[in-house]
Design a protein around this ligand. Structure first.
Ligand code: AP5
Ligand code: ZN
Length: 208
């Protein structure tokens, strides 16, 4: 299947995408991870405000569309089934996506803003496996893993607030766009991870 997963920063897109790739035979296409591996890429030729993606990301701003569109276009052309996470983030990207591919299901993880801040500031990443943890909600059992966990550079309270502002301004209209098309499948993302997964899985199965 071709799955789009939408949701605010910290809504659980990465967490649920991992479940989706385990369950269904699809690739995880994520602009956030792709950009994090290319934070120092020289984009100055594109006539952008900053010379690298990292300068946008560390301030919680969107990386310019032409940089991100190219990444997604390339990744989708190589994937049969996918779960797309982190894109589209504004209406222009949503229109680009229409020209790239059709979607079977659009999932929207609905989570309140207060909970989002708590999730993001408590998130920890395993640099060796890419596994996502949370100091309270999902701590690792192994103390060796616990010792090597890192915080994402954009998960400071100040940058989180800016990411949420950018989300409200640019990405909420994208959620409305799919809702108006009648394709948006709303999942209560405020539940425990396993319950969110149960709802998401059912939604994907009945849509495909
Ligand atoms: P990106 O990496 O996409 O970040 P984001 O959208 O801010 O989303 P997150 O990854 O922070 O959250 P998530 O929804 O994946 O939550 P997670 O599962 O980790 O983008 C980063 C930056 O890259 C952007 O700011 C921008 O600069 C740039 N960028 C990316 N795409 C772009 C684009 N298309 N255009 C322009 N720029 C772009 O979960 C969060 C935490 O909560 C974890 O600790 C997890 O363990 C915990 N958790 C998850 N689910 C639950 C649950 N149900 N209950 C309790 N805790 C939970
Ligand atoms: Zn993510």
């Amino acid at each position: 299947p071709r799955i789009l997963i939408l949701g605010a920063p910290g809504a659980g897109k990465g967490t649920q995408s991992a479940n989706i790739t385990d369950e269904f035979d699809v690739e995880h296409v994520t602009t956030g991870d792709a950009l994090r591996s290319n934070k120092q890429m020289d984009i100055s030729e594109m006539d952008t405000e900053y010379d690298t993606p990292g300068e946008y990301m560390d301030q919680g701003e969107l990386v310019p569309n032409e940089v991100v569109n190219a990444i997604v276009d390339e990744a989708l052309s190589q994937a049969d089934g996918f779960v797309l996470d982190g894109y589209p983030r504004n209406l222009e990207q949503a229109e680009e996506l229409e020209d790239m591919t059709d979607l079977d299901v659009v999932l929207y993880l609905d989570v309140s803003e207060e909970e989002l801040v708590h999730r993001l500031t408590g998130r920890r990443m395993d640099p060796e496996t890419g596994e996502i943890y949370h100091v309270e909600y999902n701590p690792p059992e192994d103390s060796e893993i616990e010792d090597r966990l890192e915080q994402r550079e954009d998960d400071t309270e100040e940058t989180v607030r800016e990411r949420l502002r950018v989300y409200r301004e640019n990405t909420e209209p994208v959620v409305e766009y799919y809702d108006d098309q009648g394709t948006l499948e709303r999942v209560d993302g405020e539940q425990a991870p396993d319950e969110v997964w149960e709802s998401a899985k059912e939604t994907i199965e009945s849509a495909t």
